[in-house]
Design a protein around this ligand. Structure first.
Ligand code: AFP
Length: 327
């Protein structure tokens, strides 16, 4: 992966190599988190940590480990001015001369899908990289973290599944790297990933149907209705771990939805830590990511832990869903 990233950045004569180094450091954090995830059940890392995060959700021990690993690695590298994490109340600006002069900030969900940890299902780390807008030479500021998703420079995820993979996107495209455990390297296994224009899978928490509005329910009926020519009914798949559901969507096509509902009009998923990075990846792969009111990546964030409804995946499926949603 490191070699590939360096070759890619060479396509830009003005590139300094900072972005490649940052991606390598995030990959390193992924390897350390992976090592711990793979020991779950053998060492005392399963279960609850005993605290709740800023969203009032109970933190698992691995959530805390993953968060601290990313914070420390990015603090000690020279390319990151600061971070914002789904697990922390505020952004963190790194207070040293190297960091003051670093041009990138990173936002991440250190361990997404953590309710899956104890049952051995896939979980993942999601990250988004932005060029800071605050003045170089000084600490980064909250404005650096409140940029719309369309200003991302790169985004990606690491999935701890049947194998461990790091998938990242830049404006040049999306590439996937599988961790070769015997040499500890991410190796290019999924070059130039493309999200199919159509798919046969819809993915959402259908248990919430009673809370969905009429447009959303009409779309669900459309997915379940029989139409041989159009390949319906679609198949329903939902793991409850966005990284795992999105990884499948990226490879096989389909639509992943976390809509707003009567009790939570903005849904559950976080704009900056989950939806924007996934939107950047999927759109770089030819797919589509909408909120029901427009492009996810055009939303101007006003707070760090903002939520948004999300409809994301195969271009034609997402656009079809909008015919029901925007009624
Ligand atoms: P956790 O990290 O708390 O398990 O939440 C996972 C998640 O943010 C996302 O990865 C899932 O798609 C979604 O929440 C699942 O939410 P529901 O349990 O409400 O379906």
């Amino acid at each position: 992966m490191d070699e590939f990233t360096i070759q890619e950045t060479r396509k830009f004569p003005q590139a300094t190599g900072d972005l490649s180094a940052l991606l390598r450091d995030i990959g390193l954090a992924g390897k350390i988190i992976n090592k711990q995830v793979r020991k779950a059940g053998l060492v005392d890392i399963l279960g609850k940590h005993g605290a709740t995060n800023v969203q009032g959700e109970e933190q698992m021990k691995l959530d805390v480990f993953a968060n601290e690993t990313l914070i420390n690695i990015l603090k000690n590298c020279t390319e990151c001015a600061g971070i914002a994490s789904e697990e922390n109340d505020d952004h963190m600006s790194y207070e040293d001369t190297f960091s003051f002069n670093s041009k990138y900030v990173v936002l991440f969900d250190p361990l997404d899908g953590s309710s899956n940890i104890d049952v051995n299902a896939s979980i993942g780390t999601i990250f988004a990289i932005y060029r800071r807008v605050s003045e170089l030479g000084k600490p980064c500021t909250v404005e650096d973290f409140l940029q719309p998703g369309n200003r991302q420079v790169a985004a990606g995820y690491i999935i701890y599944g049947s194998s461990t993979m790091m998938v990242y996107a830049t404006k040049l495209g999306v590439n996937g790297f599988t961790l070769e455990p015997s040499i500890g390297e991410f190796c290019l296994s999924h070059p130039n990933m493309k999200c199919p224009d159509n798919g046969k899978i819809y993915s959402l928490n259908q248990g919430n149907t009673v809370k969905y509005d009429t447009g959303m329910n009409a779309y669900l009926n459309y997915c379940m209705e029989s139409n041989k020519e159009e390949g319906r009914p679609y198949t329903q798949r939902y793991i409850g771990s966005m990284v795992a559901d999105m990884h499948r969507t990226l490879i096989k096509g389909g639509i992943f939805i976390y809509p707003g509902d009567k009790s939570n009009p903005n849904g559950k998923l976080r704009l900056q830590y989950e939806c924007n990075p996934m939107a950047f990846i999927v759109e770089a792969a030819g797919g589509r990511a909408l909120s029901g009111k427009g492009n996810i990546m055009d939303i101007q964030p006003t707070e760090l832990h903002q939520r948004t409804p999300v409809f994301i995946g195969s271009r034609n499926m997402v656009e079809k869903a909008m015919e029901f949603i925007q009624q």
